[in-house]
Design a protein around this ligand. Structure first.
Ligand code: E4P
Length: 224
């Protein structure tokens, strides 16, 4: 499992890029709009924080294949580095994906709700498919089951596209996707933190500090 950060919040990106093994950043129009910033300044800042080697996924805003391709070329040239165009699954999106494949522009097909959508997106040439785990869970469906089925179908059919599970609201959903063999997960900064947080870990760290302090006081190994 590789971890991607699902935000355009500059402080969160700076923090997580410094402290976590981030493989990149994903955005969508809602995530970008939330920042209420100039689009190109924001995208440029994200790219400069994560550098050219980490993935940056930016979603199309156009709605016809030809315009999506035009947008993709502009984004690829201006975003630079390891760039992926996110396109929600629909007929125009599939057509655009097949056109982008020929141009060598990488695609993440997003808003995936069913394994059938994922299979067709992959056949059209998507590099990643992004199923929405929590949006499924929140309608009494089973998001991690959908992710598991996509992973299994891709194995069964020898498909190379990777599964980028998205839309998480808790660490357990991420854990279940990891168990299913899902390639990657895109998570908020809060979920990233929750993946390493545990009260027993905090208690263990406090115990080490207390035992050490009783014998050596404020001195640390560097002081010896
Ligand atoms: C991924 O990039 C998706 O757009 C995102 O994870 C959706 O998350 P949400 O369901 O919390 O909006």
């Amino acid at each position: 499992m590789i971890y991607i950060l699902d935000t355009a919040d500059i402080d969160a990106i700076k923090h997580c890029n410094e402290y976590y093994p981030l493989a990149g950043v994903t955005t969508n129009p809602s995530i970008i709009a939330k920042e209420k910033s100039d689009f190109w300044t924001l995208i440029g800042e994200i790219r400069s924080i994560i550098g050219p080697d980490k993935m940056l996924h930016v979603q199309a805003t156009e709605e016809t294949a030809e315009k999506i391709v035009e947008e993709a070329k502009m984004l690829r040239d201006r975003v630079g580095g390891d760039f992926y165009l996110k396109i929600p699954i629909c007929e125009e999106g599939l057509k655009a994906t097949m056109m982008l494949k020929k141009l060598g522009i990488k695609v993440t097909m997003t808003a995936i709700i069913t394994p059938a959508q994922a299979l067709i997106a992959a056949r059209a040439g998507a590099d990643f498919v992004a199923p929405y785990v929590n949006r499924l869970d929140s309608i009494l469906s089973d998001g991690t089951r959908v992710v598991t089925e996509i992973v299994e179908e891709f194995k069964l059919h020898g498909i190379e596209a990777r599964v980028l599970a998205a839309s998480f609201k808790n660490a357990e959903q991420v854990h279940k996707c990891a168990l299913a063999g899902c390639h990657s997960a895109t998570v908020t900064a809060d979920i990233m933190k929750s993946l390493i947080s545990h009260p027993m870990t905090d208690a263990a760290i406090d115990g080490f500090k207390k035992d050490w302090h009783e014998v050596y006081g404020e001195q640390k190994i560097l002081d010896f």
